[in-house]
Ligand binder design. Structure first.
Ligand code: ZN
Length: 211
């Protein structure tokens, strides 16, 4: 079954403090055919460029990649995204661009970043670690670049499940999803980030092929 999605999206989002703070403006005509998957899609997490990571921070990051890849390809992840309910009990995400949970899952698993549409099946991560101890920003990016900036002040305290959650949150911004504020916990970046956080934690506590 095929669905046509046509949407004209103009939005401006601002948040000054979030799991990943962004100043995000996006104007885009989005017209594409979204096909239902016939088989299980597989999404590979790829580090495209890393800056500022070394030693233990690099090890922690790479563990985050591994667990992220493991959980986003699980049936449990698919189920959690498709069955997600917001705080009003509706089966939909906030700031969802008019898309259903199923469509959001398909877009996520297609792995086509807004600025890099020709790499399906890949989570392409361009990451830079910076140190700003005075800032309350955990990380940031914007719609004009693939680069995701991560603040060492917070990253150094992150556990692996928090690294995976943060990367997932930021990467959904690369897919064109945003949030109106750092409190919009039912938005795609936050809600899917929380799903990944929980599944990674579960996976770490129950090592082995549990999914
Ligand atoms: Zn964000």
């Amino acid at each position: 079954m095929k669905k046509w999605i046509f949407s004209i999206i103009t939005f401006s989002l601002f948040s000054n403090e979030c799991l990943s703070s962004i100043l995000f403006k996006w104007d885009q005509v989005h017209h594409e055919e979204v096909s239902s998957f016939l088989g299980a899609p597989y999404l590979k997490v790829k580090s495209m460029s890393l800056e500022g990571f070394n030693g233990l921070s690099l090890q922690k990051l790479q563990s985050g990649f591994s667990f992220m890849e493991k959980v986003i390809n699980s049936e449990e992840f698919r189920s959690r995204v498709i069955n997600f309910k917001n705080k009003r009990g509706e089966r939909k995400f906030e700031s969802n661009r008019g898309l259903s949970n199923e469509e959001i899952y398909e877009i996520f698993m297609e792995g086509r970043e807004v600025l890099q549409m020709d790499t399906p099946g890949e989570v392409n991560l361009f990451l830079k670690l910076y140190d700003n101890p005075m800032s309350r920003v955990i990380g940031y990016t914007n719609s004009k670049t693939n680069l995701i900036n991560i603040n060492w002040k917070y990253f150094k305290h992150f556990k692996i499940h928090e690294v995976a959650a943060n990367l997932t949150h930021e990467w959904t911004h690369k897919l064109g999803f945003g949030h109106t504020s750092a409190k919009e916990h039912d938005s795609v970046p936050y809600a899917i980030g929380y799903i990944v956080r929980d599944l990674v934690l579960n996976s770490m506590n129950h090592p082995g092929p549990i999914f």
